[in-house]
Design a protein around this ligand. Structure first.
Ligand code: HCA
Ligand code: CU
Length: 386
């Protein structure tokens, strides 16, 4: 059983220009809890007083999900997170030679001491706190540094080690595969009789975040990070709906209320100002819409001719678009939906001509416009399309 951590409110709010007011954050968190994600990463309280207040309110809710805060490797950050009442803290600190030398001007041992001190401190303040340690940019850091830091973190009390593909660098099936990375890391823990949960956080710079997350899953990762709409820095991270649907349908994980996802996506899209692309899998407007005549004809006989996922999974409906690609099957289907079952074949052909004319203007015809077209054709009028 894999856990899913949603970071819409932390990583997602790092999307340029995105800000969720506290009451919107609460509404999003409520829906995430209804969807059934295991961990809600609610924010980094040190960033602004508003985020601090929001994390606190979310942590006080009686959710099934564990509520967590993001934290630098600093006691002050941990104190503020604990003051919010969270049950999970994600501590991050980079251990690559380049970053340590150029940015932090520290050697690896000093960095590791800082990390382990903070982990021990957090655990001493709240023993049942779940602590995750992430070596930022894990996969491009020296593997020995990652292993040394991760082992020290686990020995200091960290429950979870997260592998971050901070720049979306991994590619399945190559030397940079997440499957291999997670397998090697787990071997290193096993050699030392350590058994932390292993998490994965995949950025989408190459459009491979979901593929890499599934690679990690196959290698035995325990927790996968995602966000609504795949929001996050640059090209974002793994999309929550895509991850949950694929885990459910293709990997037999079956713990989430997928039907809640469209509502969550509408809410997040509205308040982030990030539109859901029409062709976005699962939640996009067109994700379950058939268009070309050949497709709609076959799909109206049996949808599975052109679907490998059913819209009912997400509580959505299959649609047949009417535009210049439409054939008589789509038109008959749509006419049925508006109660026009008696129209003869000649008139159907006339209606289809009008439909195609509108479609060539680069748009689709919805059912209310179809009614106008039908009326016009019935009255031998020209349909005045815009
Ligand atoms: C960040 C970077 C991060 C951290 C992930 C983590 C990444 O915004 O701080 O703390 O697990 O991609 O490495 O999101
Ligand atoms: Cu990230």
């Amino acid at each position: 059983m894999v856990w899913v951590l949603d970071s819409t409110l932390r990583e997602g709010e790092q999307t340029p220009g995105v800000y969720f007011d506290k009451h919107i954050k609460l509404a999003i968190a409520n829906m995430l809890d209804e969807v059934g994600v295991d961990i809600i990463e609610a924010g980094h309280p040190m960033v602004t007083p508003e985020i601090h207040a929001a994390v606190k309110s979310i942590a006080q809710k009686d959710y099934k999900a564990i509520v967590g805060a993001h934290s630098r490797s600093l006691k002050a950050d941990v104190d503020l997170a604990l003051e919010c009442g969270v049950n999970f803290i994600g501590i991050f600190y980079c251990v690559s030679d380049e970053r340590l030398n150029n940015v932090f001007k520290k050697d690896l041992n000093t960095a590791i001491n800082q990390i382990t001190d903070v982990i021990k401190y957090a655990k001493s303040q709240k023993p049942d706190l779940l602590v995750r340690y992430t070596p930022e940019d894990t996969v491009r850091s020296q593997f020995e540094n990652v292993v040394t830091a991760a082992v020290a973190a686990v020995e200091a009390g960290a429950d979870i080690i997260s592998v971050a593909d901070t720049t979306g660098y991994m590619v399945p099936g190559t030397k940079r595969s997440m499957y291999d990375y997670i397998s090697r890391l787990k071997d290193e823990f096993a050699k030392r009789n350590l058994n932390p949960k292993v998490a994965v956080h995949c950025h989408n710079d190459r459009g491979l975040a979901l593929a890499n997350s599934l690679d990690a899953y196959r290698a035995g990762a325990d927790i996968i990070d995602a966000t609504t709409l795949g929001l996050g820095e640059r090209a974002g991270i793994t999309d929550l709906a895509q991850l949950l649907v694929v885990l459910t349908v293709d990997f037999g994980e079956n713990r989430w209320n997928l039907k809640k996802l469209p509502e969550l996506y509408d809410l997040v899209s509205k308040h982030s100002g990030v539109p859901i692309p029409h062709n976005f899998p699962m939640t996009g407007k067109n994700a379950f819409t058939h268009c070309a005549g050949v497709h709609t004809h076959a799909a109206s006989i049996n949808p599975m001719h052109y679907e490998s996922l059913t819209p009912e999974l997400l509580g959505r409906q299959r649609e047949f678009a009417l535009d210049h690609m439409s054939g008589i099957a789509s038109l008959r289907y749509a006419l049925g939906l508006i109660g026009e079952n008696e129209i003869d074949e000649e008139m159907q052909n006339d209606i289809l001509k009008e439909v195609k004319a509108v479609g060539q203007r680069g748009r689709t015809i919805d059912l209310s416009e179809l009614k106008h077209i039908v009326d016009a054709v019935k009255h031998h009028q020209t349909y005045k399309h815009i």
